[in-house]
Write a new protein. Structure first.
Length: 477
């Protein structure tokens, strides 16, 4: 089959918090076919006082994936890169990376929102940026560097978010993609441009913030060196929804504003697609954010801690030699009974030394019966997430003329059948689970749209619906 579409192959480079992947995608008779051709680990490295991403290693692994695509005989028409939000690297005037990007889970932003809002009025700030205040946001990362008199800020020529950074070292062209910039809390949500007033108010160098491009823009062509090293030749690097959430939402089966999406992974992002941002005081107080989407849409959503807590539990049990698979634990958790609920977004669950200890300590403080087994701990986490989703949907309905009638869960978390069912029960509406690979799908089809293979978002979503199976979960009485 590959030979029939070899000239229409797109590569999605998808970086997550735990791993990265290179996925090939191509259209056959109106359906999208995909093949994962390379996977590699991504890890956070604690060194000295900070937690970093190993950017050089990730860049090298990405190139290995591109080499594998060439080795398999794909004739590649485009490459699109998506990553998590908010993190960035700084480039000097000679084009060199000044240091490994710091991970958003680093402690340097503790207390920074309080300091920044001595300089900015919170309500007015939200009316400009429309961003949910989270200490991890780029605004607070940069302000922490300013407070620490970090010399990188003095010599930096430009700031590039993670997908922009990968694109820059592939092409030599520096620009900033809109959807990833919208995670920074430094973008004007209405004009979709940098908020100069915000940047000046907090004393950041304005020259760091460069040209903004939108999904579908050709960012540049592989440099001669990269083209030769990978064996791909001259290939366009195309701006997609470079924030992985934006690419995932592009592939969501949302037909109108009464269908909400939940991008489920390490983070849970729950919201709807809108034509324009919601910048009201009510939206600010309800902790909603306005992030950029593909097709000039706004992803009006709430950032919620997702499967991170469960992922940490699984890692701790593995280190203790008590490893169990999800396939083993989820059926056990389905039968387990516990009255314990945790506030998943509480700071104590952000990055504790032991996630299990943090959960048990909270349960003791709240006089819950302590979970007695791994299955009960898993049930506690999943029913807590479902309860949080119910709260988010209730709040979301307050901004819509018609309440949410269906929730489409996309991404890796859509494979968790127990969480899907608990969510349907909590919300009292049907839950549609899938597609699992929404981020890669959105990435690839946005490239195809840029190259003229698709007419627009309506055709993109029709192809998603025709190409991938989904599962329905209905609320139990």
């Amino acid at each position: 089959m590959k030979e029939t579409v070899v000239k229409n192959t797109y590569l999605a480079v998808d970086f997550g918090g735990g791993s990265g992947r290179v996925i090939a995608g191509f259209l056959v008779h109106g359906k999208l076919k995909m093949e994962e051709i390379y996977r590699f680990p991504n890890r956070q490295v604690r060194m000295g006082k900070h937690v970093y991403w190993d950017f050089p290693a990730l860049f090298e692994e990405m190139k290995n994936g591109l080499k594998e695509a060439a080795r398999r005989g794909y004739s590649v028409s485009g490459i699109g890169i998506d990553t998590w939000g908010v993190d960035f690297g700084l480039i000097d005037k000679n084009g060199n990376l000044l240091g490994n990007p710091v991970c958003y889970r680093d402690e340097r932003t503790q207390g920074m929102p309080e300091k920044v809002f001595r300089l900015l009025e919170p309500g007015e700030h939200y009316r400009v940026t429309g961003t949910q205040v989270m200490p991890i946001n780029t605004l607070f990362q940069l302000y922490s560097m300013k407070e620490a008199s970090d010399p990188q800020l003095d010599v930096a020529d430009k700031l590039l978010f993670m997908p922009d950074l990968f694109s820059y070292f592939l092409t030599g062209t520096a620009n900033t993609e809109y959807t990833i910039a919208s995670t920074s809390e430094l973008l004007d949500a209405r004009c979709r441009c940098w908020s100069s007033d915000t940047i000046r108010a907090v004393g950041l160098p304005e020259h760091l913030f460069g040209e903004i491009v939108f999904p579908g823009h050709v960012r540049g062509c592989l440099t001669e060196e990269v083209a030769r090293e990978t064996g791909l030749g001259a290939v366009d690097v195309i701006a997609v929804g470079s924030h992985d959430t934006a690419s995932a939402v592009a592939a969501a089966l949302v037909t109108n504003e009464t269908v909400a999406y939940l991008s489920s992974g390490t983070w849970s992002l729950l919201g709807v697609e809108l034509d324009r941002p919601v910048l009201t005081e009510g939206a600010r107080m309800a902790q909603f954010t306005n992030e950029g989407g593909v097709g000039n849409r706004i992803c009006f959503l709430q950032n919620i801690t997702g499967l991170w807590i469960l992922q940490r539990l699984m890692s701790e049990w593995k280190l203790r030699g008590e490893e169990q698979t999800y396939d083993e634990l989820i059926p056990q958790a389905e039968k387990a009974v516990t009255d314990a609920f945790i506030p998943v977004d509480d700071d104590r669950f952000m990055n504790p030394a032991s996630m299990e200890a943090a959960i048990l300590d909270y349960c003791r403080q709240q006089n819950f019966r302590l979970p007695q087994s791994k299955a009960e701990l898993v049930k506690c986490v999943l029913q807590s997430l479902a309860a949080k989703y119910r709260q988010a949907v209730d709040r979301l309905n307050g901004f819509l003329s018609v309440p949410i009638s269906r929730l489409n869960i996309i991404g890796g978390g859509s494979q968790n059948r127990l969480l899907n069912q608990l969510t349907a029960d909590a919300l009292g509406i049907p839950v549609q689970a899938g597609p699992v690979e929404a981020t890669a799908i959105g990435n690839i089809l946005t490239q195809a749209m840029a190259k003229g293979e698709l007419s627009g978002m309506d055709e993109l979503r029709r192809i998603v619906a025709d190409s991938f199976e989904v599962q329905m979960f209905y609320p139990r009485s």
